[in-house]
Design a protein around this ligand. Structure first.
Ligand code: ATP
Length: 257
């Protein structure tokens, strides 16, 4: 569904992403992992066109998207979240969902405040996320985790075919995390394709069908969670080699990196 071909992004002499090639199969949950500074977020930014790649191609369902503008990429069916929540603190949760979908190019910024269709859709998404009670809450009153859930909801307003989640588990409490994971699985069951960058290895290994591992800007391994955990190159990248492979160790290392 998503094909990343020989993608590169250089910042001066730094090859943040260096000739990366990988695919995300339709209907899958694919995780992009790697130690700090591996180039995961830069790759995400290039795929969603938040950054312009230095080279390579990105294809979505047979259409080349790396020359498009970010809102055009969204229109093609690819939406993403960011590590740091991006919302308007003075607006309510409901308003944020609608405004964020407008600014992502789904609708004109100059239309009526909130149409009935937008209201219905936003409420449906909030219900799906289990946060209908927060619809009229000012965003500034939300916890960090609730803001992340709201961002997740905003992402769904554009009816994406594939979503890119940048560290969804980061900074949210375990109870909300369970809910978030449950919602990601439910969306995937409905056919939504998911690409996720995440440091929580237990989450990655339990949620993903496929894992792509980056280090130093390059893809060093790709396969099932089990295969990747047993790959010596992956252990080398995380641990400097020589340790027994399992998620808890990768997780502890990622937390300390
Ligand atoms: N705007 C930038 N200017 C210069 N260097 C950058 C820029 N953005 C990222 N880098 C560098 O590119 C490399 C890859 O960074 P990136 O944030 O993509 O890694 P990451 O795998 O997402 O790391 P983390 O897990 O810590 O978020 C790092 O060396 C980083 O310092």
């Amino acid at each position: 569904m998503l094909e990343v071909r020989n993608l590169s992004k250089h910042f001066g002499g730094i090859r943040a992403v260096d000739d990366c090639t990988f695919t995300v199969e339709r209907g899958s949950i694919t995780a992009l992992i790697g130690p700090n500074g591996a180039g995961k977020t830069t790759a995400f930014n290039c795929i969603s066109k938040t950054l312009t790649p230095s080279g390579g191609e990105v294809w979505l369902e047979g259409q080349r998207i790396d020359a498009l503008r970010p809102h055009q990429v969204t229109r093609c069916g690819l939406s993403r979240t960011f590590q740091i929540t991006r919302n308007l603190e003075d607006l309510t949760v409901l308003e944020n969902l609608v405004v964020q979908s407008k600014t992502s190019g789904v609708k004109s910024l100059f239309g009526p405040a909130i149409s009935q269709a937008e209201y219905d859709k936003a409420m449906e998404i909030l219900e799906f996320l289990g946060i209908t009670r927060l619809a009229y809450e000012e965003t500034s009153n939300l916890s960090y985790g609730q803001k992340k859930l709201m961002d997740f909801g905003a992402l769904l307003m554009s009816d994406p075919k594939i979503i890119l989640l940048d560290e969804p588990a980061g900074g949210i409490n375990p109870r909300l995390l369970v809910e978030l994971v449950d919602r990601i699985r439910a969306l995937n069951d409905r056919g939504l394709t998911v690409l996720i960058v995440e440091h929580n290895m237990d989450l990655v290994m339990s949620l993903s069908h496929k894992v792509v591992v980056m280090a130093h800007g390059q893809v060093i391994a790709e396969g099932t969670p089990e295969a990747v955990q047993a790959d010596p190159l992956v252990l080398e990248a995380y641990l400097g080699g020589g340790a027994t492979p399992h998620a808890a160790e990768l997780n502890a290392e990622a937390a300390h990196a």
